[in-house]
Design a binder for this molecule. Structure first.
Ligand code: SF4
Length: 353
């Protein structure tokens, strides 16, 4: 991708499976610290992570039939080819037998799964089949869902199966129709708004993540302002933003009206500040509620108090926040945590016995 990845979330290292005992400092350690007792202690805590984490990726297709103006992937991967459904199911069962507690379905264009297999609503069908063969405690998470492939049946299927995380990573890239046209992506932002509304109607707690490109060639002040207004309206839980940079071999690199780097950077900072407050508000909704956490690391605070770190259904590996829970629990287990503190990225809580 011709982009500089600058995510609103914590750095990947914050959830990478390590077998070392490391003094874990979050990438966002510079953010304002709540005054609550116990919050700061974990920042200097030693946290051990399992080498073979309790989460695994499962690729269900490769390649992409689309031709977004900024992307080189189709030029070397070619058109989308789906993994046969039987192979996906077998791989998922193998992972479950190994003790994996979360299977993350990935592809370049996840919601196009099965088109080449002549399946209609292939991803929804695959999810139904996965939930037949997997133990009920294994989470299934969807990443890289191209927005206009999200069908009513897919939403209904997600809502019907508790083991499918009420979470969707849906890269949108922009919100102004003219920018989207230049990106060679669907310009129908009203349809995107409706999809988000439908997801929330079916799954009130659904966590929606998206990514956007700032400073795409020709992006005017008005187009950029439309993007900010969209973010304010949609109140997405998590947003990653990329500063556009020219990538040789892409159509976008040949477009006129390239935006000056200083303008791109200023726009990026404004967007990130806006989204940080939105993410903070979205996380705040979880205060005093109980949430299930997949434990990925163990440690102790400076005063010896045990704590574990993991993720809830709202947090994808490597890109989203984490949940820190005071107490003891084995890596790979799922525990219930009552949330006592929230920030724009992470939640803190106590084990519910
Ligand atoms: S949908 Fe994704 S992989 Fe396909 S062309 Fe667009 S950015 Fe590239």
């Amino acid at each position: 991708m011709p982009l500089i990845p600058l995510s609103a979330g914590p750095a990947p290292s914050a959830v990478a499976p390590l077998d070392l005992s490391i003094p874990l400092m979050p990438a966002h350690a510079g953010v304002a610290t709540p005054a609550a007792t116990g919050y700061a202690d974990w920042r200097t805590a030693q946290i051990k992570r399992s080498l073979n984490g309790p989460s695994a990726y499962l690729k269900i297709s490769d390649g992409c039939n689309l031709r977004c103006a900024f992307c080189t992937i189709p030029s070397f991967k070619g058109d989308m080819r789906s993994k046969p459904m039987g192979a996906v199911l077998a791989e998922a069962q193998e992972l479950a037998a190994l003790g994996v507690g979360e299977i993350v379905l990935v592809a370049q264009h996840l919601t196009d799964y099965g088109r080449d297999l002549k399946l209609s609503d292939g991803l929804a069908t695959l999810l139904d089949e996965l939930c037949q063969v997997l133990p009920a405690h294994v989470w299934v998470r969807l990443m890289y869902a191209y927005p206009h492939g999200i069908s009513p049946r897919l939403i209904e299927t997600m809502a019907r199966h508790p083991q499918i995380c009420a979470y969707l990573d849906m890269p949108l890239q922009h919100a102004h129709p003219a920018t989207l046209r230049r990106m060679r992506r669907p310009p129908d932002t009203e349809r995107t708004r409706q999809i988000i509304a439908d997801l929330r109607a079916a799954m009130p707690d659904v966590a929606i993540r998206s990514t956007f490109i700032v400073g795409f060639p020709g992006e005017t002040d008005e187009e950029y302002t439309t993007l900010l207004a969209f973010l304010s309206d949609m109140q997405l839980d998590r947003v990653g933003a990329f500063q556009y940079s020219q990538e040789p071999g892409t159509h976008a690199a040949t477009l006129p009206d390239q935006v000056a780097p200083a303008v791109i950077e200023a726009r990026w900072h404004t967007l990130m500040q806006l989204q940080q407050e939105i993410s903070r508000q979205r996380n705040r909704r979880w205060k005093r509620r109980t949430i299930e956490v997949l434990v990925e690391g163990q440690g102790t605070a400076d005063d010896g108090t045990p704590l574990v770190v993991g993720r809830s259904f709202r947090d994808a590996p490597e890109v989203d926040g984490q949940v820190f829970v005071w107490g003891r629990a084995p890596i790979g287990s799922k525990v219930q945590a009552r949330i006592t503190q929230t920030t724009e990225y992470d939640l803190w809580g106590k084990l519910v016995r």
